[in-house]
Write a protein that binds this ligand. Structure first.
Ligand code: CTP
Ligand code: CA
Length: 220
C-alpha cells in the first residue's frame, strides 16, 4: 500500500456512535450511573475518522478529550441520549451503540439536596432502550455492545436477535485485565449468520480497527 494513501474504506460513510455512561439525577448533587470510561466508543470514533468516515459521537460524561474530526453531541441522561440518537439515526449508514446507558432513572428528581436519614428508598423506573428502539425501524447497519459477567455468548446472541441487530460486540467484564477503565479489551463479535469472531487482549484502539473491519465485511 502506498505510504501516502490512507486506508479510507469508510470514505463517504456516516457513522453514529454512542459512548460513555449516562447520569440519572437523584437530587441536585447526586446521580446514578454505570461504570464506563468511554474509551471503547472514543477509540471507535477515532478509528472511523481515520478511515474516512463522517462521525457523529453522542457521548455521556467522560474525562476524555473529544476525538479530532467528529461532530460531538454531549449528553447527560439516558433520556437526552435517546432524543439525540432519534434526531441523528436516519442520517447514518452505520450505527454503533457503545454507551453504558443506565437501565433505571429516578421517577422524580428532588428539587433540593436530600437530607441524610437513617434509611433511604428511591423509586426508579426503566429507561427507554435506545438500541432496541432504533432496531424497530432500521435503515442502517446496526451494532450493539454487550458487557457481561457470565454466559457471554448466550446473553449477547439474545440481545442480537431481540434488538434486531446486525452485530453484537461482547466483552467479559468479570476480569480485571480488560474492560472497564482499561486501555485494553478483548471482544467476541457475533453476527446474524451465526458466526463468531474472537479478538484477544489488545488496545481498545486496535480493537476498534478490528471491529470496523468486521463491519466493513458485512455492510460493504
Ligand atoms: N442500550 C441502549 N439503551 C438502553 C440500554 C442499553 O441503547 N436503555 C444499548 C447499549 O448501548 C448496548 C446494548 O444496548 O449497545 C446492550 O446493553 P446492555 O446493558 O448489555 O443490555 P440490556 O438490554 O440493558 O440488558 P441487561 O443490562 O439486562 O444485560
Ligand atoms: Ca443494561
Amino acid at each position: 500500500e502506498n505510504f501516502f494513501k490512507k486506508k479510507a474504506d469508510f470514505q463517504g460513510k456516516r457513522i453514529l456512535i454512542t459512548a460513555g455512561p449516562t447520569r440519572e439525577a437523584i437530587d441536585p448533587v447526586r446521580y446514578l450511573t454505570n461504570r464506563s470510561s468511554g474509551r471503547m466508543g472514543y477509540a471507535l470514533a477515532d478509528a472511523a475518522v481515520a478511515r474516512g468516515a463522517d462521525v457523529a459521537l453522542v457521548s455521556g460524561p467522560v474525562s476524555l478529550e473529544k476525538p479530532e474530526g467528529v461532530e460531538f453531541y454531549p449528553v447527560q441522561s439516558a433520556a437526552e441520549m435517546y432524543d439525540r440518537v432519534m434526531d441523528l439515526k436516519d442520517k447514518a449508514d452505520v450505527i454503533i451503540m457503545c454507551a453504558a446507558v443506565a437501565d433505571y432513572t429516578p421517577i422524580v428528581c428532588a428539587e433540593h439536596k436530600m437530607k441524610k436519614q437513617d434509611a433511604l428508598v428511591i423509586e426508579f423506573e426503566k429507561t427507554r432502550d435506545i438500541l432496541a428502539e432504533v432496531g424497530k425501524t432500521k435503515h442502517a447497519f446496526l451494532a450493539g455492545f454487550a458487557a457481561e459477567t457470565q454466559n457471554l455468548e448466550g446473553y449477547a446472541r439474545d440481545k442480537l436477535s431481540r434488538k434486531n441487530l446486525d452485530m453484537i460486540i461482547a466483552n467479559d467484564v468479570s476480569g480485571t485485565e480488560t474492560g472497564f477503565d482499561s486501555e485494553y479489551n478483548a471482544v467476541s463479535i457475533y453476527t446474524r449468520d451465526g458466526k463468531a469472531v474472537h479478538f484477544t487482549r489488545d488496545t481498545k484502539r486496535n480493537l476498534a480497527d478490528s471491529i470496523l473491519t468486521e463491519i466493513a465485511k458485512i455492510s460493504g
